[in-house]
Ligand binder design. Structure first.
Ligand SMILES: Cc1ncc(COP(=O)(O)O)c(C=O)c1O
Length: 404
């Protein structure tokens, strides 16, 4: 009997024995991926509409990315920030050319990009402007990552439990509520931090005018506006950055996930004004923006541009929304949808166990995730075509029918 099956089945037990208990992975181990598909060790194929939680923006094994990475690995993997790292300078130029920002600080993850954003905002207020401002106003149901400051910024109790005391200076108000923001302002307010579309919170879009309203409040109060675009940035929602949909510019923006196409990278982008507090010695990361990660980021941006993936995310997102309408009309437990571009949520009643749909979809060869209290989240690689949309919706339909 076949070694293959035996090999495949050993992994959950080996993981359980040696990993800390904070992950609960599905019993699936992949050996490789190609485009929008992942393959297990025994050769079973899955359509990947989870994309490593919005990371594999240009799919698996994109020839440009694998070529660039192997070329970079042969040349230079790491030098530290004690020296000039040319791929990082080039990536910073590419990013600043595509948005409001003048400057970039490179990190390794989304949490770190937010951590730097928060530190940058306090430094600006305290060291540059000499003002006693330290408070951040954040949104309920937000998600900003797992470092201490990032969970303190995150507006969900479940991520705080057992970690008290949190970092002081974070207030939380309902999302899409400008009056609540105004009520939370104080002479100590330093910045407002929100996601332009809440991802982990359940794929909840900023209502038209919300981001513009935040900008107006920040300008009136002389405080900073920070957008966390870790999940929404780099083309996913049909514009380079989700805030561009509302024609609004922040002072600081955090990126990660899709930027590296699978290679860990984070970035904190800022205006020259907001970045003034970051002087030598104030903040740093050994790996932050290393040549391999930045070469990945450069290649992802080149591919997105050449293959017109930002516009396609918009068009394919509309195609997905139409197909979802059909699904919603046919299944009682689907009661609506939210999202933009290729970050979409199918909504179920909050008391419905969505994990059974995720498992049933997996049994049909489709990978999706949940988000928030009521959403099934779909965030495929941006390189997909209409055929992949048909395939995903057909598999999802079969999965839901299998539960009846
Ligand atoms: C909006 C947002 N911010 C921050 C993070 C944290 O990113 P990371 O897991 O890379 O630290 C995430 C991850 O899901 C996210 O969606």
């Amino acid at each position: 009997m076949n070694q293959h099956i035996h090999d495949h089945e050993q992994w959950p037990a080996r993981l359980k024995k040696t990993f800390t208990g904070n992950y609960r992975p599905a019993p699936l181990a992949f050996s490789h991926g190609e485009g929008a598909y992942l393959y297990t060790h025994d050769g079973t194929r899955y359509l990947d509409f989870a994309a490593g939680i919005a990371v594999n923006s240009i799919g698996h094994n994109h020839p440009d990315l694998t070529r660039a990475l192997s070329d970079q690995a042969r040349k230079l993997l790491h030098v530290s920030n004690l020296f000039i790292n040319t791929p990082a300078v080039e990536l910073a130029e590419m990013l600043t050319e595509r948005c409001f920002a003048d400057q970039v600080y490179f990190a390794n993850s989304g949490a770190e990009a937010n951590e730097a954003a928060l530190k940058m905002a306090r430094r600006y207020m305290q060291a540059v402007r000499g003002e006693d401002r330290f408070e951040f106003i954040c949104a309920l149901k937000s998600f900003h990552g797992r470092t201490w400051a990032a969970i303190s910024a995150t507006g969900q109790e479940k991520y705080h439990q057992g970690f008290a005391p949190l970092v002081p200076g974070f207030k939380h108000v309902p999302y899409n509520d400008l009056d609540a923001i105004r009520a939370a302002l104080s002479p100590q307010t330093c910045a407002i931090l929100v996601e332009p579309l809440q991802g982990e919170g359940g794929v909840v879009e900023a209502e038209k005018g919300y981001l513009a309203g935040l900008r107006e409040i920040c300008d009136q109060e002389g405080i900073l506006l920070i957008f966390d675009e870790v999940q929404t940035g780099v083309g996913r929602t049909g514009t380079w950055f989700a805030h561009q949909y509302d024609g609004v510019q922040p002072d600081i923006m955090a990126l990660a996930k899709g930027l590296g196409g699978g290679v860990p990278i984070g970035a904190t982008l800022c205006t020259a004004e907001a970045g003034q507090g970051f002087v030598p010695g104030v903040h740093a990361s050994t790996f932050g923006g290393n040549p391999l990660a930045c070469r990945a980021g450069k290649t992802v941006i080149e591919v997105i541009e050449r293959e017109n993936l930002v516009e396609r995310a918009k068009v394919l997102g509309q195609g997905l929304a139409q197909r979802f309408e059909q699904l919603i009309s046919e299944h009682d437990m689907l009661i609506g949808q939210r999202g933009r571009g290729l970050l979409r949520g199918l909504i179920t009643p909050t008391d419905y166990d969505r994990s059974q749909i995720v498992a049933a979809a997996r049994a049909q060869g489709l990978l999706i995730t949940t988000a928030g209290a009521d959403a099934l989240r779909v965030c495929p690689p941006l390189i997909i075509g209409e055929g992949h949309l048909d395939e995903a919706v057909e598999k999802l339909d079969k999965a839901i029918r299998s539960l009846d």
